[in-house]
Design a protein around this ligand. Structure first.
Ligand code: PEP
Ligand code: MG
Length: 582
């Protein structure tokens, strides 16, 4: 019997599961050149066309499944891939070159794709350049079928799997099927990496930052993944399996204990209402949000629309998604954040030395009015529902707010000219997630309708710690007093200017942070839907004066660990019956 081994990582998405390892590798297919005798040339061409047909069938099956489970907005890029597969120029070039060069299909196909991809990469058209990733996605699938390998893709993961990978790109993460994937373990990443965020959104237990994971684990191995402790156990002993079965049972009971809180109002014991809303990446998550008792959507990360399509969705496509979401959530508000592209949400053909300090979020949108306009028009058109709010990500200067305002005015003028109805009183706010925006919040507050503090980025930028880099993830701590002091400044500045202030980073979902944030005067907390019942339980047990005392004390510590120790003590006092809080 294989020896049990415990692999440590960072716990990023809660829950425990027992499953079978499915290794997701994006390795290239090895293509070798083989001469084909004259008499077998037609058989070789036929082998190629059969591989195309098989690939088409695979893609259609995937599309059908995604359509059904995730909604039509997810599967559209697969239509584009099927079209690419049938591209007549490519198919004819490959067939005729197999005949003239008397060489095997995979070698010729690989060469033709390579030439085609190079041409697209050199194009001035960004859309065409971005198709290169799709070409290789489809191409690799065909090549695998040609050489008789099964295709390893996140969409093909069998039921009961624990998905193991070096990394999962945001666009692949968007395709994970929660019905089949019980858990996720990857080698890279931190708590706020987008794989982690997606795992939480899909409510799949996940561990990231497991060093040299692929070197330690094999396909098909039985494992237990513990997303609470951040461990992956390979070849668990019978005793261990029994222990974790008990844990899973206790977890189910804990969730049962929390479930009545979904329905209860988010009010402190002395009656202060805190708006608890949901962070979502995919429009289908409105059901999770409602089920968990969210009072609206506090953050819709629209860049996931872009990533699932691998390109800019049209105005009409975006309108459909925003409109549907607004209708489903009515009368509760829906805050649509304009694209936060860049950072780790990388464009397929665009790389920077310091992506988090580079061309990201509002900077991308403001650099290309035509691109930004599509999104603004779609959001404004959907605002006829009268519950939509707009939020700009990563504002770092006053000029950015002004420029966004100018663009916004141009779009509203255009819509009025076209006699298109929209919400004249739509609230427009900004994310406060750069140190400059936080420090200048008293000056910026006069120009916006609300602030939503992005504690993930604010922590990354204040502490100079890359939020996705596992080597420094131990330094990433949103309880750092430097971060907390800035949060206080932003809340005070917002209130002085009579605007509401929310917080939508991971800090909002941390039960330890709730008394602190209430004590600082936060008006809204937005978090992934799974975290909502517990947040309500915590806040309903507190009073504002006791939270104010806690906040005043927490701000005066020297380091994050002192803050955490203090908060843990406070919470344990409050919830002695359940041994503090999980
Ligand atoms: C944040 O930075 O805190 C935030 C909520 O935005 P994102 O995680 O999408 O960058
Ligand atoms: Mg952010």
């Amino acid at each position: 019997m294989a020896k049990e081994r415990i692999l440590k990582g960072i716990a990023v998405s809660k829950g425990i599961c027992q499953g079978v390892v499915f290794i997701y590798e994006t390795k290239d297919v090895k293509v070798v050149q083989t001469p084909i005798p004259m008499r077998y040339l037609e058989t070789e061409v036929e082998r190629f066309t059969k591989a195309l047909k098989r690939t088409e069938k695979e893609l259609s099956n995937i599309k059908e499944r995604i359509d059904e489970e995730m909604g039509v907005d997810f599967a559209q890029f697969l239509d584009a891939q099927i079209l690419m597969l049938k591209d007549r120029d490519i198919v004819e070039a490959v067939s005729s070159r197999i005949r003239t060069e008397k060489t095997n299909a995979e070698y010729i196909y690989h060469r033709v794709l390579d030439e085609y991809a190079k041409k697209l990469s050199a194009s001035r058209d960004q859309y065409l350049r971005e198709r290169v990733a799709d070409i290789w996605d489809v191409g690799t699938r065909v090549l695998r079928n040609l050489v008789g390998l099964t295709h390893s893709s996140v969409v093909d993961v069998p039921q009961g799997s624990v998905l193991v990978a070096h990394d999962i790109s945001p666009s692949d993460a968007a395709l994970i099927n929660p019905a089949n994937v019980l858990g996720i373990a990857i080698e890279v990443g931190g708590r706020t990496s987008h794989t982690a965020i997606t795992a939480r959104a899909l409510e799949i237990p996940a561990v990231v930052g497991v060093e040299n994971l692929l070197g330690k684990i094999k396909n098909g191995e039985k494992v237990i993944l513990d997303g609470n402790r951040g461990i992956l156990i390979k070849s668990p002993t019978p005793g261990r399996i029994q222990f974790f079965r008990g844990e899973i049972k206790r977890e189910i009971e804990y969730q049962k204990m929390l479930s009545p809180y979904c329905e209860l109002p988010a009010k402190t014991r002395d009656g202060r209402q805190i708006d608890i809303s949901a962070n979502i990446e995919f429009s289908v998550e409105h059901t999770h949000a409602k089920r968990a008792g969210a009072m609206g959507i506090g953050l819709f990360r629209t860049e996931f629309l872009y990533l699932t399509r691998r390109g800019n969705p049209s105005e009409e496509e975006q309108f459909r998604v925003y409109n549907e979401l607004a209708k489903k959530m009515k009368p509760d508000p829906v805050i649509i954040r304009t694209y936060d592209l860049g950072g780790d949400k990388i464009f397929s053909d665009y790389h920077e030395a310091n992506p988090y300090l580079g061309w990201r979020a509002i900077r991308v949108s403001l650099d290309d009015f035509e691109f930004f306009k599509i999104q603004l028009r779609a959001i404004l058109r959907a605002s006829v529902n009268r519950n939509i709010r707009i939020m700009y990500p990563m504002i770092s200067t006053y000029e950015e707010i002004k420029k966004a305002e100018t663009y916004f005015d141009q779009v509203t003028k255009e819509l009025r000219r076209e006699k298109v109805d929209f919400d004249d009183h739509i609230q427009v706010g900004i994310m406060v997630e750069t140190p400059s925006a936080a420090i200048l919040s008293p000056q910026l507050a006069a120009h916006v309708d609300f602030f939503s503090i992005g504690s993930n980025d604010l922590t990354q930028y204040v502490l100079a710690v890359d939020r996705g880099n596992e080597r420094v993830s131990h330094l990433f701590d949103h309880f750092h007093p430097a971060v907390l002091r800035l949060i206080k400044q932003v809340i005070d500045a917002g209130h002085k200017a009579h605007i509401w202030v929310g917080l939508c980073g991971e800090l909002a979902a941390d039960p330890l942070a709730i008394p602190l944030l209430i004590g600082l005067g936060i008006d809204e907390l937005s978090m992934s839907p799974v975290a909502i019942p517990k947040a309500k339980m915590v806040l309903r047990a507190l009073t504002v004066p006791e939270c104010e005392k806690i906040a005043a004390k927490a701000l005066n510590f020297r380091c994050a660990s002192e803050v955490q120790k203090f908060l843990r003590r406070m919470i344990a006092k409050k919830f002695p019956g359940i041994g503090g809080i999980k």
